[in-house]
Ligand binder design. Sequence first.
Ligand code: PEP
Ligand code: MG
Length: 575
Amino acid sequence: MSFTVHGLPVSQGIAIGHAHLVSHALLEVNHYQISPRHIEAELERFDNAVASVEGELLGLKAAATAAQPHSEIGAFIDLQRMMLADPVLVEEARAKIQEHHYNAEWALVQQMESVAEQFRQIEDPYLRERQADVVQVVERLVKALLGGDPGHLPPKRKDGLGTVIVAHDLSPADTIGFRDHIAGFITDIGGPTSHTAIVARNLGIPAVVGLRHIRALLRANELIIVDGTRGIAIIDPDDSVIEEYLLRRSELELERSRLKRLRDTPAATLDGETIQLLANISGPQDMARLKETNADGVGLFRTEFLFIDRDTLPDEDEQYEIYRSVLKSAADKPVIARTFDLGADKTLGGRDGGEPNPALGLRAVRYSLAEPKIFLTQLRAMLRASVHGNLRIMVPMLVHADEIEQTLTLIAKAKEELRDEKIKFAENLPVGGMVEVPAAALALGMFVRRLDFLSIGTNDLIQYTLAVDRVNESVVRLYDPLHPAVLKLISGTIQAAQRAELPVSVCGEMAGNSAYTLLLLGMGLRSFSMHPARILEIKQQILRANFAELATKTQRILKLDEPARIREAVENLAG
Ligand code: PEP
Ligand code: MG
């Protein structure tokens, strides 16, 4: 019988194929005690498994980097290799075999629980999600111990349909291992910011995650349609549904090749408004993608990625080199570098914030101002790099006027120091701020007077307006970009910025989601910053839009406060 399940859409596209169920090795672990005379042999079995997984990961990394030299995939696999070498995981598990005589699988799972628990305690969502990497590495080790097929490659199908991987969870390495064999995947757990989701997007594999018990519900070989755009999986679809999706899939494929041709077409609406399309990046490795789509520059460089996942802080020279490299590859296009948006406890040398509500605590500019030395180092590095291109500095999560005052004072101090040291920098480096808290959107005047440009961070603006934790799966359905309160704040910010003749853009996920492009244009937005992979699709929307007409229609939408009517009216903007 056909049925549809709803999850989180993390990687767009349509896959049609037969279910390949991936076993959940951690559920198959036996618990038993080793007799003392077999301990040595058990330790050897354990060490062999570690060595074999290290070999597997290296092989996968080589294959992944050969296919996509500039993607984050290699780094994700390295992260799992680091975990494999981490004494807290491996040595402690060995100790459990030696001291408690646990069998190797049991020792590993026990130690995994304790390491994963430590990750779960971390307030920072990015680091908290790394518990998934621990679990995935242990799963791989357990499979090696059980003598399983590490890649669990599905057989090639003969009926022309693909294979859909159905798993409790998948590691980025699994995803890469499956790459050439699968049409799509669906999993019980996971969120849009999990590494696996990012890898799926990079590889262009349609995926839906967070389907809860799907792994247990399905039988091997059952036919599945994965709609990675809507976030649904249709199990055992009837013929008419298959027909419909086959058609949609070929339309999508055609669409993708058409989009590539838009690379050099200027982004302008039908009535001649030029729209700036910028890229969000997290480091120099993303600049190749920016070139592929010919973006107008970098609208958001998330510099905090230079600080996390490491034991020591990047010093001024290291940061300078990175900023310089980004500026050089951007040629003279603008690069907006955001000062680090760290949470209270993101791996900064033992600083354990332990705040009860980290999203409301010492994060972003608050954190930077609480650590003026680290902040000043970054500002100096940015200023030094500014002579190599068209740099702008942006400050995240502004709420109070004195936060920007203090930041400007620190920038002035950094300039003063550099002048004394006879080091060159761009004297008139523009400084902008992010509007990501309702307070800032509602009291914009004090920022407009002090800043050179604004960028609306809709990811946080929605989170703070609706009081919905953006990384908490259990409230993800309340996270609604079309909530009338959110729309009023975004449009109010755009209008206020324009009245003050201040450039304004949107750099949250809304900017890269084609469902909102016409609405944002209708609000008067002329600058969008997004993941480079989204740029051509958004450009296509712009090319078909009429700016002035959308403005009139959007004014009417902004007067609505009934969710269903807003949704309907936004969908109708295209018609
Ligand atoms: C945002 O909040 O919309 C944003 C772009 O910043 P980040 O997603 O890095 O918090
Ligand atoms: Mg933000």
